[in-house]
Write a new protein. Sequence first.
Length: 208
Amino acid sequence: MSPKPSSDRVDVVADPITTNDKKNITEMSEIERAMSPEELSKDHQNYSAMDAEVAKYATGERIDISPAENKRLRSMIDRRVLVIMVLTYFLQALDKGTLSFTSIMGIRKDLHLVGQEFSWLTTCIYIAILIVEYPINWTIQRVPIGKFLGGCIVAWATILCLHSVAKNFTHMVVLRTLLGIFEAVCQPSFLVMSSMWCVGDSSNFTTV
């Protein structure tokens, strides 16, 4: 005698795949593909376009550096990086210092300055630095710092040369304000570069 079918049977109906489910499945497949051993084993860094000295230490493999080699690298960094920092700081300080001498060399008469206008030529620099300090610190964390700093130093030098063609107070205050904007890039960028290139005690010494 065959058993009777049970009346308590429940029919299970699969839910249709929604758009969100399809999107999640697609994303998971992309993650699995990206994390596959074949993809992980590939080296996407083009070391042929890198400086030969840097490429030796950028392969991702553990490298033991002897004290002599460490001393040689530190000396090379000091010659190539520290010299540029010191020279740039010196030129910027020289610019601020020489402006005070221009008052006895006829700048007031040449630019027809009256009242406190000469004092504003120095004040506008520090106002510009104060305003752009935060945007610059935000920017240097998101752009190639070497290219950004180099471009700002070139722009700073160009604006400094344009001081020779200023004819009145308006021209001069615009140039001095732009000078302060590009000058504000140097100090935070140098601090970041010091932490990138120098480690340990040498980083503290370079920053000072």
